[in-house]
Write a new protein. Structure first.
Length: 93
């Protein structure tokens, strides 16, 4: 696995971990990014990571673009992923 794929897996896992801390409440994209930065994780383009998680139905994103005020909600499948009930090779939780 190349280094970009490894980083993407790690970043997706960090996003899931940040969202499980707020569950069942949603976070805005801005709040999520601020939480990640506070944890020492700086992601240049979060939209592609969120798109993957939404495509896998781990999260829902309110709105069609990735505006900072759009809400992200962890879904039940995302909770299962965070708790280790299911696994995804594309997400390192």
């Amino acid at each position: 696995m190349n280094s970009k794929a490894i980083k993407n897996r790690m970043y997706r896992g960090q996003i899931i971990r940040e969202l499980i801390n707020a569950y069942p409440e949603p976070k805005t994209i801005r709040q999520l990014e601020n939480s990640l930065v506070s944890s020492g994780v700086i992601i240049a383009d979060i939209s592609r990571l969120l798109a993957y998680l939404a495509d896998k139905q781990y999260i829902t994103i309110e709105g069609e673009d990735y505006a900072y005020n759009n809400l992200i909600t962890l879904r039940a499948l995302g909770v299962d992923l965070a708790e280790g009930t299911i696994e995804d090779d594309g997400v390192e939780v």
